[in-house]
Design a protein around this ligand. Structure first.
Ligand code: NAP
Length: 283
C-alpha cells in the first residue's frame, strides 16, 4: 500500500474507549499485505454520534468496525443487517452498498474459529459458564448454541440483561444465574469471559475460578499487550486458558472479506498482532 490519496478508502473502529484496540494494527497490516488501497484508524465516539459516522463513512466508500459499548446501537442504525446481526441484535462491522448501510456481526464467526483453534475441535456437548451479557456475549452465545453446546449458564452483574440475552438467543439449553451462589461448585467444561473486566489492569477478576468444582478450560475475550489477569489466574490453577487475541484476528479476517470481497491475509494479521504485543507500547 502506498501513501493515502484522494481515492483511498477510509476505515475506522468506533467505540469508547478505543485506545486499547489493536484492530488498526491488524487491519493496516492486512491492507498492506493484500495491496488494497485503504487506511484504518480508531475514533472514540459517543452513542449519539454513531449514526452520523456510520452513514457518512458508508456513503463515502468507507467502512468500519464497532466496539464496546456501541454494538447494539450500531445494529439499530443499519439498512441491511446480516442474519448474525438480526439474531444477536449486535453489529461489529459495517459498510456501504448501493446507497444502503450494511452490517454484519463477525464476532460470531470470529469466536467460533478462535474457540475451535483453542479446543482443537468443536464445542459440541460442552457445559459452559458464560460471564457477561453485552454485545460480545451475544455473539459467543449464538455460536455456542448453533454449535450444539450441551448447556450454557449466563452470569452477569445486571441479571435482567442476562435474561434478555437468554430470551433473544437462548432456548432450553440456556439458563441465567441470579447470583454467584447459583454458580458455586459448578462443573464446567469451559468458562468464557465476555465482560470488559481485564481491559484496565486495575480491574478485579471477572470470576473466582476456585468457587467451581471444575473448569476444564478458560477463554477470555479481553486481550491486551500481555496476558490478561484472568488468563494468568487460570493458568496458575492449571487450567488451559487463552485470551481474545486469536478471536480478534478471526473477526477481523471475516470483516476484511466483507469489505474487499477477497480472502484475508490471516498470517500477516497474526504476525502484526504478535509484533504489537511484543513491543513496549503494545502497538
Ligand atoms: P459491552 O456490550 O459494553 O458489555 C460489557 C459487559 O461487561 C457487560 O456484561 C457488563 O455487565 C460487564 N461489565 C462491565 N463493567 C463491569 C463491572 N465493573 N463488573 C462486572 N461486569 C462488568 O461490551 P462488549 O462489546 O460485550 O465487550 C466486552 C469485552 O469483550 C471487551 O473487553 C471487548 O474488548 C471484548 N471483545 C473482544 C473481542 C475479540 O475479538 N477478542 C470481540 C468482542 C469483544 P452489565 O451488563 O452489568 O453492565
Amino acid at each position: 500500500m502506498s501513501a493515502p490519496t484522494a481515492r483511498t478508502r477510509v476505515f475506522t473502529i468506533l467505540g469508547n474507549p478505543v485506545e486499547h484496540s489493536l484492530s488498526p494494527v491488524i487491519q493496516n497490516a492486512a491492507f498492506r499485505e493484500a495491496g488494497v488501497d485503504g487506511v484504518y484508524v480508531a475514533l472514540r465516539c459517543d452513542a449519539e454520534q454513531m449514526a452520523g459516522f456510520m452513514s457518512g463513512l458508508g456513503r463515502g466508500g468507507g467502512a468500519g468496525n464497532v466496539t464496546l459499548p456501541h454494538k447494539e446501537k450500531a445494529a439499530s442504525i443499519l439498512d441491511k443487517p446480516s442474519e448474525a446481526v438480526r439474531r444477536t441484535g449486535a453489529c461489529n462491522t459495517f459498510w456501504g452498498e448501493d446507497g444502503k448501510l450494511c452490517g454484519d456481526n463477525t464476532d460470531v464467526e470470529g469466536f467460533r474459529r478462535a474457540l475451535e483453534h483453542f479446543l482443537g475441535g468443536a464445542v459440541t456437548g460442552y457445559r459452559v459458564l458464560l460471564l457477561g451479557a453485552g454485545g460480545a456475549a451475544r455473539a459467543a452465545l449464538l455460536s455456542l448454541i448453533d454449535d450444539q453446546a450441551q448447556d450454557v449458564l449466563i452470569l452477569n452483574r445486571t441479571v435482567e440483561r442476562a435474561r434478555a440475552v437468554a430470551r433473544r438467543i437462548g432456548g432450553d439449553r440456556v439458563r441465567v444465574a441470579e447470583s454467584h451462589s447459583d454458580v458455586d461448585d459448578g462443573d464446567f467444561d469451559l468458562v468464557i469471559n465476555t465482560t470488559r473486566l481485564g481491559l484496565d489492569p486495575e480491574d478485579e477478576l471477572p470470576f473466582d475460578l476456585e468457587r467451581l468444582s471444575r473448569a476444564g478450560a478458560v477463554m477470555d475475550l479481553v486481550y491486551g499487550s500481555s496476558a490478561t489477569a484472568f488468563v494468568a489466574a487460570s493458568k496458575r490453577l492449571g487450567i488451559p486458558a487463552v485470551d481474545g487475541g486469536e478471536m480478534l484476528v478471526h473477526q477481523g479476517a471475516v470483516a476484511f472479506e466483507r469489505w474487499w470481497g477477497e480472502a484475508a491475509p490471516i498470517d500477516a494479521m497474526r504476525r502484526a498482532l504478535e509484533t504489537a504485543r511484543s513491543s513496549p507500547t503494545g502497538a
